[in-house]
Every structure is written in structure tokens, then in C-alpha cells.
Ligand binder design. Structure first.
Ligand SMILES: [Mg+2]
Length: 109
């Protein structure tokens, strides 16, 4: 599926961006969904000796999708096509790799 097509589909279930506190809602939702993934990872660490081969992949796909939905809608909030987000990210990482800067820290490596 094309990323911009996905974004348009995601927007069909989003609230209008003019809704009171909508950006706040979306940002909290993104953190919540990524937290759900971390929580499930924590349970694998705690209960399954960190054996991530036991992760329920269908459930993981659902949670990653929930996260993607928030990313897509937040990007649209600022009129940014999701394709632009993806392309910028890949270009940034490729540049870091070319300069052997994938490790380390800092947003603008
Ligand atoms: Mg979820």
C-alpha cells in the first residue's frame, strides 16, 4: 500500500484537526501505542526469558499499525504527506550510514 494512500485511509477514522485539543490527543495516543509495544516486550523479558521468538506476531502487527495510524494522522495535522516522512527518514539514515554515524547519539548526526 502506498504511504499516502494509507494516510488518507487513516484519516477516515480520525477526528477533525480543528477539534479542541486534537493534537494533544494524537500525541498522547502515539506515546500510548508505543508504550503498549514496550509493555508487551517487557512481559517477554519478564516471563519468557527475553525469548522474542515467542512474540505474538499478529498482535505485534496490530500494535505497530496503531502506532503508524497516529504517525500518519499527526503528519497530516501539519499537512505533511506520510510519504515525505518516510523518504526523509530513509535519506537521513542512508546519510548517517555513508558517514559511519549510525551509532552514537544526537538528532542531527
Ligand atoms: Mg494498540
Amino acid at each position: 500500500m502506498d504511504m499516502n494512500d494509507y494516510q488518507q485511509a487513516a484519516l477516515r477514522t480520525a477526528a477533525p484537526k480543528e477539534k479542541y485539543n486534537e493534537l494533544f490527543h494524537l500525541l498522547l495516543g502515539l506515546v500510548g501505542e508505543t508504550g503498549e509495544i514496550a509493555e508487551k516486550a517487557k512481559k517477554i523479558v519478564r516471563d519468557k526469558d527475553s525469548d522474542f521468538s515467542q512474540w505474538d506476531i499478529e498482535d505485534l502487527k496490530k500494535e505497530l499499525g496503531d502506532t503508524l495510524w497516529y504517525v500518519a494522522v499527526i503528519a497530516d495535522y501539519f499537512d505533511v504527506p506520510l510519504e515525505d516522512v518516510a523518504q526523509l527518514n530513509i535519506a537521513k539514515l542512508a546519510d548517517r550510514q555513508k558517514r559511519a554515524m549510525l551509532g552514537g547519539s544526537g538528532d542531527n548526526r
